[in-house]
Design a protein around this ligand. Structure first.
Ligand code: SF4
Length: 379
């Protein structure tokens, strides 16, 4: 329900944003959101269409499905072909991998690939169908990681040895470091992800902020949350006084979710990770500690996921020999907006996605397609 008071606050915040944008000495101000849910919310509420002309809202690599490489998906498909049962969140099903194959197309061929709403569904399958081998596609940021680790903890308690994970976890703070250091992007500030911050807490960004003091606001997902976050980041830009401002105090604490952090500490150690369209980001991922390697599908089944070198690979699918030249990599980094991709809405649409950002419910191309299809304010 949108009340008259909320409308007044939105008008007030928008006016402040306009005033602040006039006061900067920057020709163009670039604020990036690194969270797929923010991307969707910004477009759903039309926030992008009411910003001052010199303020750009950039969508960064904040959708976990979008940043998962096609080599990972190929590994999952190869395991399915070897008669392992793949369990995954629904968004992964239509993401194209090499040669346009998807998990959905493989399922149509008769392989056992199941979608779930919670990792606990995978646990139930493993418990009730002990003769089968289940592999959960464990992708995601700090938000999702603890629930997957809880699944492993329960699998351990129940002594299930027919449930493994194909792991591709990502950490947000190292990605922020890479993005803010990229001279092409020229990022002036970040809207920090609300969900991941519930786990990380303000403290989770301390290392990033001390090495790269950047205007930042931890922000929620309602229209007023996002407008307040933008206003906060702009104030910091104008005053040249960067802060780690928590605008989502109703759920994000200073220390974050301590229980979840203990779980992460217990099971995982930091490792490098591959991000689709970006490449390897040092320390931006996790792997299972040695004592939990028995849950790791790569270790258990003797496979290893090798990513093509960026310069050799297609920016869309990260595979060699494709080179179709789609814009996916540029979109993931916030260098372009989806309508600038020549395939947007034509050869690439939600019914026939060429890249993951058009598939995922948190993808920036899907957001633009759903809410700004003609490239502007068409509400
Ligand atoms: S419109 Fe499709 S091909 Fe173009 S960047 Fe988006 S997902 Fe990639």
């Amino acid at each position: 329900v949108i009340t008259a008071k909320m409308k007044d606050v939105a008008v007030y915040l928008r006016r402040n944003i306009k005033e602040l944008a006039k006061q900067t000495d920057k020709e163009v101000i670039r604020i990036m959101e690194v969270c797929g849910t923010h991307t969707m919310a910004i477009h759903q509420f039309g926030i992008d269409t009411v910003m001052p002309a010199n303020l750009r809202l950039l969508s960064g690599p904040g959708c976990p499905v979008c940043v998962t490489g096609s080599e990972y998906l190929n590994a999952a498909m190869n395991l399915a072909v070897k008669k392992h049962v793949i369990v995954t969140f629904g968004d992964m099903m239509k993401v194209p991998a090499q040669e346009g194959r998807t998990l959905a197309s493989l399922r149509a061929e008769g392989y056992d690939i199941r979608t779930c709403y919670s990792p606990i569904d995978a646990l139930r399958y493993a418990e009730t169908e002990k003769e089968k081998s289940f592999i959960f596609l464990a992708v995601g940021f700090e938000t999702t990681i603890p629930t997957i680790l809880t699944m492993l903890e329960l699998a351990q308690q129940k002594q299930l040895d027919n449930l493994k994970v194909l792991l591709d976890f990502k950490r947000v703070p190292p990605a922020l470091e890479l993005l803010v250091s990229d001279p092409e992007l020229k990022i002036d500030g970040f809207l920090l992800p609300g969900h991941a911050s519930i786990i990380l807490g303000e403290d989770g960004y301390a290392d990033f902020f001390s090495s790269h003091p950047t205007p930042c606001a931890i922000t929620g997902f309602e229209a007023l949350d996002i407008l307040s976050g933008i206003e906060s980041v702009l104030k910091q830009i104008v005053t040249k006084d960067p802060k780690l401002d928590n605008q989502y105090k109703r759920v994000v604490s200073k220390t974050g979710n301590v229980k979840a952090k203990i779980l992460i500490e217990q099971y995982l150690e930091v490792s490098d990770a591959h991000w689709r369209g970006i490449g390897i980001i040092p320390d931006s991922g996790y792997r299972l500690k040695n004592q939990y390697q028995r849950f790791d599908a790569q270790t258990a089944f003797g496979i290893s996921i090798t990513h093509a070198k960026d310069e050799e690979s297609c920016p869309t699918c990260s595979s060699t020999g494709c080179n179709e030249g789609h814009f996916c990599a540029n979109i993931l980094k916030g260098l372009n907006t989806p309508p600038e991709c020549p395939d947007f809405g034509k050869y690439c649409n939600p019914m026939n996605p060429k890249g993951p950002m058009m598939v995922s419910s948190e993808g920036s191309c899907a957001a633009w397609f759903k809410y700004n299809r003609r490239g502007g304010n068409d509400r």
